[in-house]
Design a binder for this molecule. Structure first.
Ligand code: GCO
Length: 261
């Protein structure tokens, strides 16, 4: 089990003030990591840190926008000074806009690409500089089902998450020689605030996902913790450029007729 021990490691989780980011941060903390979370909202950050501290985790928070490369550089520098080297980076911060492609504002499309794809590039490049010096590091990009499949109204998100899958493979290609493992996690459909609008009881999408997922349920955020710890730990030192889908089997199947159990 020592392979999964993260004691002495500093893990930076972007968007770690709620949802899947918080769940993964908790799992990394349970494995011994010092967690550092980023966010945009002071109130959310305060609540999140109170939550982490109430569970006895060593947690710090930094408020900045991952798409602002100047602010990101300043804060990564500050983290290194105040906390120490960043051993694990989880690029989790992301947004979604659900709008038919034909009517989506270009500015909205661009914003999703900026947060969900350019942000992870900015953060990976900044943190990789110290990982290369140290000849060791773990970068985990939070991809999506939409890294593989399209769906009505999420063109920007799918383009970003498809790009993030390929960015993961490319950074793995360039940085594996420095003993940096770059991989991704592709969550299936999870019960979070992001999916709340399409998950409410009786919403056709809710029924669709339950029927389309072999596990016949939405994912719970804690379902991601084990995969995050695996990709953050020594147990994955020879895993590079892989996207691990934690999706209840949805990507494994063509689905079944409505009258089939
Ligand atoms: C949607 C959902 C999905 C999930 C997740 C699936 O509108 O289709 O929000 O995008 O959030 O990304 O992997």
């Amino acid at each position: 089990m020592n392979l999964f021990n993260l004691s002495g490691k500093n893990a930076l989780i972007t968007g770690g003030t709620h949802g899947l980011g918080m769940a993964m941060a908790e799992a990394l903390a349970e494995a011994g990591a010092q967690i550092i979370v980023t966010g945009n909202t002071p109130v959310k950050m305060e609540k999140a840190l109170d939550h982490y501290h109430s569970k006895g985790y060593s947690a710090k928070g930094y408020l900045f926008d991952v798409t602002d490369e100047i602010a990101a550089a300043k804060n990564v520098e500050l983290i290194s000074e105040e906390v120490g080297d960043i051993h694990i980076l989880v690029n989790n911060a992301g947004i979604i806009r659900r709008e038919p492609a034909i009517s989506m504002e270009v500015s909205e499309f661009r914003k999703v690409i900026d947060v969900d794809l350019v942000g992870p590039f900015i953060m990976s490049q900044l943190v990789a500089k110290q990982m290369i010096d140290r000849k060791e590091g773990k970068i985990i990009n939070i991809c999506s089902m939409m890294s593989e499949l399209g769906r009505n109204t999420v063109s920007a998100y799918a383009a970003a998450k498809g790009g993030l899958k390929m960015l993961t493979k490319n950074l793995a290609t360039e940085w594996a020689k420095y003993n940096i493992q770059v991989n991704g996690i592709g969550p299936g459909y999870f019960a979070t605030t992001q999916t709340e609008p399409i998950r409410v009881d009786g919403h056709p999408f809710n029924e669709f996902i339950i029927s389309r997922t072999p596990a016949a349920r939405w994912g719970n955020p804690e379902d991601l913790g084990g995969t995050a710890v695996f990709l953050a730990s020594k147990a994955s030192d020879f895993v590079n450029g892989q996207i691990i889908y934690v999706d209840g089997g949805i990507l494994a199947t063509i689905g079944k007729p409505s009258n089939e159990e």
